[in-house]
Design a protein around this ligand. Structure first.
Ligand SMILES: Nc1nc2c(ncn2[C@@H]2O[C@H](COP(=O)(O)OP(=O)(O)O)[C@@H](O)[C@H]2O)c(=O)[nH]1
Ligand SMILES: [Mg+2]
Length: 332
């Protein structure tokens, strides 16, 4: 997701930016003093304007977290200290207003100056005060920049298109399946709640763009080992998923016996009781034909097309329902 937050400069860079722009201001006047006064006034106004615009842009560009789609709201909530974001935005707002007011005061002082030396003193003191205000919020600027970086690294998951989530024990072939079902190469991103990388791929279901996401480290382990953060993350995924593919590896090469994999299925189906779960048996190339189950081989690509057709049917149905619900809710 593109939050369109510009890089947040630190206090030193902000000062550089403002003072460098101001250094280019040069004005003429009736005499030397008049010219100098106009030049200093121009410089101070430039400093004020540059900082006003830049800081205001920071204040405006951080998303209002309450209005984000639930998936992002939950995800950001898990990984970021939102109170601190609010405080830092407040601090920047404070510095911006302080600087503006201080420079208005300095411009007034400048009018009373008669000698070039006095005017220069006003300029230096104005620069000094500006720097001091910026330095007082330097940790806020740095914190906001770190949040911006973290937000930009969130997986680019769309809320408005059908979403298939792949779950199953480790090494059953989830990542390979996401690869095989995606039309392009899945994008890899980091979730804040797992150290592993998440694949997000796209495919078309009868022309409709859908996304398929992998959930490494999240829907792979039994419940009792899940901590609070993981539970929140699961909730976020629940809001997102229109269909879950639960992948089994009956060959045992993943290192988990079928009894473990079934126990995981039971837990996941308990957690996602509103979402359809499709059970798929992978690694057919290793185990051969099985009775009464949906089998594929992600490696040899056997029955991947059949799976794609099945997903399309289910997505069409699931998404139609979700869409109808949304329409009903906005009608009210
Ligand atoms: N023989 C065989 N190996 C597979 C198949 N699908 C995945 N694998 C292998 O299983 C291992 C784990 O796959 P991966 O996609 O990383 O599993 P994940 O941990 O569930 O994401 C890899 O070595 C894959 O190449 C399959 O259909 N047949
Ligand atoms: Mg994987």
């Amino acid at each position: 997701m593109d939050f369109k937050i510009p890089p947040v400069l630190d206090a030193d860079r902000l000062m550089d930016k403002a003072f460098r722009r101001a250094s280019k201001v040069q004005k003429r006047g009736k005499d030397r003093e008049d010219g100098y006064r106009k030049t200093v006034a121009g410089k101070l106004k430039t400093v004020s304007k540059v900082l006003e615009q830049t800081l205001k842009r920071y204040e405006k560009s951080f998303p209002s977290f309450d209005q984000l789609p639930p998936f992002y709201r939950d995800t950001i909530h898990i990984s970021q200290d939102l109170d601190r974001v609010k405080k830092s935005i407040g601090a920047i707002n404070w510095a911006r207003r302080k600087i503006k007011r201080a420079i208005i005061e300095d411009l007034r002082k400048l009018r009373d100056c008669e000698k070039v030396g006095e005017m220069d003193k006003v300029r230096r003191s104005a620069y000094g005060r500006t720097s001091s205000f910026l330095r007082q919020v330097s940790s806020d600027l740095e914190f906001l920049e770190s949040v911006r970086k973290a937000l930009n690294q969130l997986p680019d998951i769309r809320m408005d298109i059908p979403t298939v989530v792949v779950a199953g024990s480790p090494n059953v072939g989830k990542s390979l399946l996401v690869n095989k079902l995606s039309s392009g190469k899945p994008k890899v991103a980091s979730y804040p709640f797992t150290t592993k990388e998440v694949g997000v791929g796209h495919f078309r279901a009868e022309g409709l763009m859908c996304q398929i996401i992998d959930t490494p480290g999240l829907l792979e382990r039994p419940m009792e080992e899940k901590n609070e953060i993981e539970m929140k993350a699961i909730k976020a995924i629940e809001d997102l998923a229109d269909l879950i593919i639960f992948l089994y590896d009956p060959s045992g090469t993943c290192g988990y016996p079928m009894s473990d994999q079934r126990a995981l299925y039971d837990q996941i189906s308990g957690l996602f009781d509103d979402t359809e779960i499709m059970e798929v048996y992978n690694k057919k190339d290793l185990v051969g034909e099985m009775e009464g189950v949906f089998q594929i081989s992600a490696l040899s690509e056997e029955n991947i097309e059949g799976l794609n057709r099945d997903i399309t049917e289910k997505i069409k149905y699931a998404f139609r329902e979700r869409w109808n619900t949304d329409v009903r809710e906005t009608d009210r």
